[in-house]
Write a protein that binds this ligand. Structure first.
Ligand code: ACO
Length: 429
């Protein structure tokens, strides 16, 4: 029998249907609430609000489960690659060999930016944050494809998706080169997606970067683990912008801006800066933990806590292992890794963190991997943005293909002044 939620208000009663997801998550469908009752719901930060029905990613934060299109993240991390996972997320299924070849070819064919885009980079100061450049350049890139707004066939969407996925990497590398005053290095069509990024970031015109397969594999894993995470702040932003029927590039550029904040994607940069600060000050982490528990200090243990995971973030577990493996393969001993492990151990046995169910999240160890590869701290969030692109693209697609999708337009409870009247300037104090 179908469940019904009953609401009693002002001496009357209303019934609302209960919607059940494929993993038995339950939601009360309140889409008729305002119309029927005159009330709206208030849910600051949307902790209890399902903004859509989606088929892409499943998370169970209590049990520490993450699955893309039904497949556990642990299996994908062990057996797959970022590009295969991007196909899974965007197209809805793991590719056959022919599909994977076609998708890879599409990425390679679209990896170059229009040459005149190069001049745009020159307009940014070299000290500009690469996330600002990334969002601007993704948006600017849409100017070169006016058909973005007019065509909407399946083939056209897949071309635009591949173009965006491929070019975000080229833009990221060019932004880095510009910030360092280095000549731009073009992509090499024979290199795989992640190796190509490292080549564009670190090769010199007269000397190819010494590509270490372990480093490329670890970075590919970071991309894969970030590829989607259901309705987080940036993905919800992408969907919000898409709901106005803005184009794919404009929606993704908005996602980059949302991701930049230190409470979201910017946390990976903040984690490394925190670890560096602890190291510089000769602290073993104990003083920092004390400060993070003190609300007046303005500090938080960055890389800890999550809106959805009230258990160990499964991505953090995989990244921690990958971090240990990479550092040992590259024979690197990083004092920041020791500090991170000590912080984790101390926090996980501290009642403040236990009671609030604060565990390491995906950002806690990813920075140490990126540091070992030679990626500078200011590029960390850019790496996250490249990884998250398949999720943004797939969510954009869901919005565009849903027959019931409407423009996203939340309401509010107004708490400002009640009616007051305009006073001429000379009568004002
Ligand atoms: N350090 C110290 N205290 C924390 C932390 C932390 N990292 N995170 C949460 N808390 C405390 C809060 O102060 C609050 O305490 P209170 O109940 O006594 O007031 C309680 O835990 C709940 O925290 P909220 O901020 O309400 O949790 P919310 O779900 O809104 O925030 C967030 C989640 C933003 C991730 C938060 O845990 C945080 O700021 N973490 C650090 C930044 C971070 O690592 N962000 C990356 C998130 S993952 C991602 O975007 C890829």
């Amino acid at each position: 029998m179908e469940d019904i939620a009953e609401l009693k208000l002002d001496g009357k009663s209303w019934k609302f249907p209960v919607v059940e997801g494929t993993e038995k998550e339950r939601a009360i469908d309140i889409s008729a609430l305002r119309n029927d009752t005159g009330y709206i719901t208030l849910d600051d930060g949307y902790g209890n609000t399902g903004s859509c029905q989606s088929q892409i990613t499943f998370i169970d934060g209590e049990r520490g489960i993450l699955r893309y299109r039904g497949i556990p993240i642990e299996e994908l991390a062990e057996k797959s690659t970022f590009i295969e996972v991007a196909h899974l997320i965007i197209m809805g299924r793991l590719p056959s060999s022919a599909e994977l070849r076609r998708f890879s070819d599409l990425l390679t064919d679209n990896e170059l930016l229009n040459e005149s885009m190069k001049h745009h980079f020159e307009g940014f100061p070299t000290f500009a944050h690469p996330m600002a450049i990334l969002s601007s350049m993704i948006n600017a890139s849409s100017c070169f494809y006016p058909e973005l707004l007019s065509e909407n066939s399946k083939e056209h969407f897949e071309l635009q998706a591949a173009r965006l996925l491929s070019q975000v990497r080229t833009i990221a590398a060019f932004a880095y080169r510009w910030s360092r005053g280095l000549p731009i290095i073009y992509p090499k069509p024979d290199l795989k997606y992640t190796a190509n990024l490292l080549h564009m970031m670190f090769s010199l015109p007269y000397q190819d970067y010494d590509l270490k397969p372990e480093a490329a594999k670890a970075l590919d894993l970071i991309f894969l683990l970030h590829a989607d995470h259901e309705q987080n702040c940036s993905t919800a932003t992408v969907r919000m912008v898409a709901s106005s029927r803005a184009n794919l590039f404009a929606s993704a550029a908005a996602g980059v801006c949302a991701l930049w904040g230190p409470l979201h994607g910017g946390a990976n940069q903040a984690v490394l800066e925190m670890l560096e600060e602890i190291h510089r000050e000769g602290d073993d982490g104990s003083r920092f933990i004390k400060a993070a528990k003190d609300k007046g200090s303005g500090k938080r243990l960055m890389g800890f806590g999550h809106r959805v995971y009230k258990n160990y973030d499964p991505r953090a577990r995989i990244i921690k292992q990958a971090c240990d493996d990479l550092l040992s393969k590259l024979n690197i001993s990083d004092p920041l890794l020791d500090i991170a492990k000590h912080l984790e151990e101390a926090a996980l046995s501290d009642s403040y963190f236990i009671e609030r169910k604060l565990y390491p999240n995906v950002d806690f160890y990813s920075g140490i991997i990126m540091r070992a590869i030679g990626i500078p701290v200011e590029m960390f969030t850019v790496i996250f943005a490249i990884g998250r692109m398949p999720g943004w693209i797939a969510n954009y697609r869901e919005v565009m293909e849903s027959s019931s999708s409407r423009i996203s337009r939340p309401r509010q409870v107004y708490m400002g002044p009640t009616l007051s009247h305009y006073r001429p300037i000379k009568e004002r104090k």
